[in-house]
Design a protein around this ligand. Structure first.
Ligand code: NAI
Length: 359
C-alpha cells in the first residue's frame, strides 16, 4: 500500500512493441502491452498512464504535458535537448534498465529534471551474454552452426579458425558491476585477465577478480579478446575509432554489449573486412532498432544480435520492480535510491557519468 499523492500526474512510457507474444507471455513485462506491470498500480493511484511504442510524433505530442517519462535502452526514445526544452512539466525520467545515454543528461540537469536508472537490475544478464559472445567468437560457433543449417559438413573450414579460450589474454574495459561479473565468470576458463577503468581497484579486489590493471594503450595492443563494459559518455563515444581498432592485436576479438556508438561503424567494418580483427560480437547498435541496411548486419565474422542481453525475463522483473519503487518514492516525496540516480538537483551525480560530464 502506498500513500496516494494528491497530485494527479501524467506518466508517459515508451516501450518496445510485442504484439501477440505479450498476451502469451505475461512475464514479458518490458513491452508496451504489459507496460512494466504498472497499469493497475498507476490507475489505482489515479494517475494518467500513457504507453507508447512511437518514439517520434506521438511522443512529442504527449511529452509537452508529461510529469514523468519512462524509457528503455532496448527501444530507445532519444530524449534530446530540444525535446527536453519543450517538456516544461517534466520532473523525472526513469530508464527501465541500465544506461541513460539516450537522454541528453546535461540538458536534463539544466532543466532540474531528475534522471534515474535501475542500477544493477540486469548486470548478471549482460555478464552472461558477454561470456557467450566471447565463446561464440573464439570457438567459431556461428559459421559452424550455419554449416548445419546449410546441410554442409566441412570440419577443416571451421576448425581452421577455432581456438581454445584457455590462456588467452582477455581485457575488460570498464570494471564496474558488469565488468566485475564478467571477470568472475571467466575465471573458470583459466584465462589471463587484465582491465582498464578510470578507477583502479584495490590490490585485494584485483586478487579476488583475478584481473590486473593495465593502461588503456597497452591493453588495446596486447589483448586477444577485449570486452567493452563502460557507459556511453562524451569520453567513450567513438573511442574505438579506426586508429584504436587497427592498434588492436591482429586477429583479436572485440565484444561490445555496452553501446553501439562506442565503436565507429565504418572503421569496424573495415577492420573485419581486412582481416585485422578476427571477430566482433555484441547486442548494441546505433541507431536502435538498427535499420535493415545497417553495415554491421552483413560485415564479416560477426556474431551480432538485437539488443536483448539485459532484458531476459528475470531482468525485466527486476527493472520493472525498480521502476515501481522509484515511482512510489517520487509520489510520496521520498528520495529515489541513491545508487539509481544519474542526474539529481541539477547535476550529473552518477560516478560512472559524472567524470565525463565535469565542466
Ligand atoms: P557501472 O557504472 O557499474 O560500471 C561502469 C564502469 O565503467 C565503472 O567502473 C566506470 O568507472 C567505468 N568507466 C566509465 N567511463 C569510463 C571510461 N571512459 N574509461 C574507462 N572506464 C570507464 O555500469 P554497469 O552496470 O557495469 O553497466 C555498464 C554499461 O553497460 C551501461 O552503462 C550500459 O551502457 C551497458 N549495459 C548494456 C546492457 C545491454 O543489454 N546490452 C544492459 C545493461 C547495461
Amino acid at each position: 500500500m502506498t500513500l496516494a499523492t494528491l497530485e494527479v500526474m501524467k506518466i508517459v512510457a515508451v516501450l518496445y512493441p510485442a504484439g501477440e507474444i505479450a498476451r502469451k507471455t505475461p512475464e514479458l513485462l518490458g513491452c508496451a502491452e504489459n507496460a512494466l506491470g504498472l497499469v493497475d498500480f498507476l490507475e489505482s493511484e489515479g494517475h494518467e498512464f500513457v504507453v507508447l511504442t512511437d518514439k517520434e510524433a506521438e511522443l512529442d505530442k504527449h511529452l509537452v504535458n508529461a510529469d514523468i517519462l519512462i524509457t528503455t535502452p532496448f527501444w530507445p526514445a532519444y530524449i534530446t535537448k530540444e525535446r527536453i526544452s519543450k517538456a516544461s512539466k517534466l520532473r523525472l525520467i526513469l530508464t527501465a534498465g541500465i544506461g541513460s545515454d539516450h537522454i541528453d543528461l546535461a540538458a536534463a540537469a539544466a532543466h532540474k529534471i531528475t534522471v534515474a536508472e535501475i542500477t544493477g537490475s540486469n548486470v548478471v544478464s549482460v555478464a552472461e551474454q558477454v561470456v557467450m559472445h566471447i565463446l561464440a567468437l573464439v570457438r567459431n560457433y556461428i559459421p559452424a552452426y550455419r554449416q548445419v543449417l546449410d546441410g554442409r559438413w566441412d570440419i577443416a573450414e571451421i576448425a581452421a579458425k577455432a581456438h581454445d579460450l584457455e590462456d588467452k589474454l582477455v581485457g575488460i574495459i570498464g570494471v564496474g558491476r558488469i565488468g566485475q561479473r564478467v571477470c568472475e565468470r571467466l575465471k573458470g576458463f583459466d584465462v589471463q585477465m587484465t582491465y582498464y577503468d578510470y578507477h583502479r581497484l584495490s590490490t585485494v579486489e584485483e586478487l579476488v577478480l583475478g584481473a590486473r590493471y593495465r593502461m588503456l594503450d597497452r591493453l588495446i595492443e596486447q589483448c586477444d579478446v577485449i570486452t567493452i563494459n563502460t557507459p556511453l559518455t562524451p569520453h567513450t563515444d567513438g573511442l574505438f575509432n579506426r586508429e584504436i581498432l587497427f592498434r588492436m592485436k591482429k586477429g583479436a576479438y572485440l565484444i561490445n554489449t555496452a553501446r553501439g556508438r562506442i565503436v565507429d561503424t565504418a572503421s569496424l567494418v573495415q577492420a573485419l573486412e581486412e582481416g585485422h580483427l578476427a571477430g566482433y560480437a555484441g547486442d548494441v547498435w546505433f541507431p536502435q532498432p538498427a535499420p535493415k541496411d545497417h553495415p554491421w548486419r552483413n560485415m564479416r565474422n560477426h556474431a551480432m544480435v538485437p539488443h536483448y542481453s539485459g532484458t531476459t525475463l528475470e531482468a525485466q522483473r527486476r527493472y520493472s520492480d525498480g521502476v515501481k519503487d522509484c515511482l512510489i518514492r517520487f509520489f510520496n516525496g521520498r528520495d529515489i535510491e541513491g545508487d539509481y540516480l544519474i542526474v539529481d538537483k541539477g547535476k550529473v551525480v552518477s560516478p560512472s557519468y559524472s567524470y565525463a560530464f565535469k565542466s
